[in-house]
Design a protein around this ligand. Structure first.
Ligand code: TXA
Ligand code: MG
Length: 394
């Protein structure tokens, strides 16, 4: 199967003046543009075919399929090589689509809704939706019976995870597809998540037909997954919304952390390689120096050379700090140095991309200097790094 990359330019998506209208999303694209033609092509593939489509969100690139069709959802697990006992989250264009799912009805995006309200939403979620949607927050809800969602989405659980992405491209694609899209990150299982269309191609070339290219992702780590129906509410996966931001919402003051990463899994270091928590892994061995590490010398990626502005792109400078080459060009003995920034937002944005870049350059070992868990979205960064690491120094 040939994999095609279809560019969608944000300029063609026009000025979106309805970002704040959570209830109904209107596709607002330049009618004659190639971008709109590409969105239509991808949406049609999502409606009619069972091969998933790669598409950007503000967090990472997703691998989307119509969440209401089993055959389409199975296509995601097949393309990724993902174990089918791990549930997928669904992505909605607007709240009217969520209202349909909660009512157990297929969505009709051509119908003008009578009232702009989701009456089946538990109260606890209202302040966080108001504050963080569209955006990198995934909430768990009770799956109605009967449900329009394919059983492969929930992997047998009585709940489903859902988010409304902030990306106008993503919301437009979902709207045109006319159904919620199940979408995990569009990497091959165990690899770092993709934050550019090129990353998706690296992993899934020949395994999927289409990738929409909307440029690099602005957040760079996946959404925060929360369960507000447990008491107190819990964070199941740290992500693009920090625990402090959640805590500021009514009803969420006492939100607890319910995930485990190597911060809790024994304090013994170094950790044995190949632990079952290993994910997000480049080919190179990753050695992580926790921010608390004080003994001996620090790892590479020092902060003092942070001079790259990551606000527009995920490009960073790779510095060769020591190199000795032989005449054949083989057996290079060199050290590369990447700084992805000082604040956790910049680090999150460049993290997966930097790991992939170092793999592309064939490095054997990556030393990473950690950041603090309690600094903004530092918990998400450290969670991914601890899972990628085969050795942690504290
Ligand atoms: O930012 C994101 O969330 C990206 C982009 C593409 O939107 N998507 C993503 O999806 O990361 P996925 O499927 O790779 O991760 C969803 C996470 C997994 O850790 C999964 O175990 C958990 O959410 N999850 C999904 N449904 C759940 C459920 N019903 N109960 C508990 N955990 C669930
Ligand atoms: Mg993933």
């Amino acid at each position: 199967m040939e994999t095609r990359i279809l560019p969608v330019s944000s300029a063609d998506l026009g000025r979106f003046d309805n970002t704040q209208n959570l209830y109904t999303w209107h596709v607002n694209a330049n009618q004659d543009s190639q971008s709109l033609a590409h969105l239509y092509e991808a949406a049609e593939a999502l409606r009619l075919k069972d091969s998933p489509v790669g598409f950007p969100t503000e967090t990472v690139y997703g691998l989307g399929a119509d969440a209401t069709r089993s055959a389409a959802v199975k296509g995601i697990y097949a393309a990724k090589g993902r174990p089918s006992d791990n549930p997928l989250i669904i992505h909605i264009a607007d709240l009217s689509m969520l209202q349909s799912v909660l009512s157990g009805e297929h969505h009709d995006s051509t119908r003008i809704p009578e009232h702009q309200e989701v009456n089946l939403l538990p109260e606890i979620y209202k302040p966080v939706i108001e504050r963080f949607w569209p955006g990198p927050l995934t909430i768990l809800l009770k799956n109605p019976t009967p449900s329009v969602l394919a059983p492969e989405v929930t992997a047998g659980l009585p709940t489903f995870g859902v988010r409304m992405p902030a990306s106008a491209l993503a919301r437009s694609l979902i709207k045109l597809a006319g159904a919620p899209l199940a979408a995990p990150s569009a990497n091959a299982s165990t690899k770092p998540s993709p934050t550019t269309a090129q990353h998706v191609l690296e992993d899934l070339d020949g395994r999927i037909e289409l990738i929409l290219d909307g440029g690099p992702c602005s957040v760079g780590v996946e959404s925060t997954v929360v369960d507000g129906m447990s008491d107190p509410p819990v964070v199941l996966r740290p992500g693009g919304v920090s625990i402090d931001e959640l805590r500021a919402c009514p009803g969420w003051e006492n939100v607890q952390k319910a995930y485990k990463d190597a911060a809790e899994i024994g304090k013994e270091a170094p950790r044995a390689p190949g632990m079952k928590y290993k994910h997000y892994s480049p080919k190179a061995k990753v050695v992580l120096y926790e921010a608390s590490f004080t003994n001996g010398r620090r790892g590479v990626l020092p902060e003092d050379i942070a001079n790259t502005d990551l606000s527009e792109t995920v490009e960073f400078e790779v510095k060769e700090i020591k190199a000795t080459s032989d005449t054949t060009g083989n057996g290079l003995d060199s050290t590369l140095d990447i700084s992805i920034g000082e604040d956790t937002r910049s680090i999150a944005k460049g993290l997966f991309s930097a790991l992939r870049e170092l793999d592309r350059r064939g490095v054997d070992i990556i030393f990473v200097e950690g950041t603090l868990d309690d600094e903004d979205i530092g918990a998400a960064v450290m969670n991914r790094l601890r899972k990628a690491a085969s050795q942690i120094r504290r």
